[in-house]
Design a protein around this ligand. Sequence first.
Ligand SMILES: [Zn+2]
Length: 202
Amino acid sequence: MRLSALGVLAPALSTTAAAAPQAAPADLTPPPDLFDAQLLDLDFWVKPRTLSVTRPASGERTKLLYWKDGEVIDSAYQELCHLLRDVNGRETAPIDPKLLEMLWGTQAFIARYGLEQPLEILSGYRTPASNARLIEAGVPAARKSLHMSGKAADIRISSLSEEVLGGLVRSFRQGGVGYYYRSGPKGGWIHADTGLNRTWKG
Ligand SMILES: [Zn+2]
């Protein structure tokens, strides 16, 4: 699979390309209260992309270089699609590369502040049957969920609150963000998709 040299997010960021030289990561600490991905310059988007993800439902964990020199690495892409599969329905589907880019961007952005943590995937692709089952069980899920087309993921990063993680994903301005606040030791999660730009609380 071949994408443009700068990936699909780059056009929105091209206006920042002429910004001042990038500060060294050390200069960026401490982390701000809210992250803003629009501050990223072009350098960020052309570097090789390694995504570190875990799947609590299956206990899987992987760290994969999946994009470099402007191209998705197909074997790693297939592995990521498998990891984001429907764990309950046991089906794998193609995941929107733009969604992977948003997940990677989120992780890579906070890594600049020394926060290097795997991204937990609570839900990725869902078969229509799995999605219907969730609705029946009273779990928040939309009838026409973008999970069914490989364009959505429910995520968590243990060190970030829903507010901060959602704010960061939202700052990419590449799709929808749902905030699912929950009490309990693990807290809630963020729904990220590559549909229309919108936010909601669920
Ligand atoms: Zn979701």
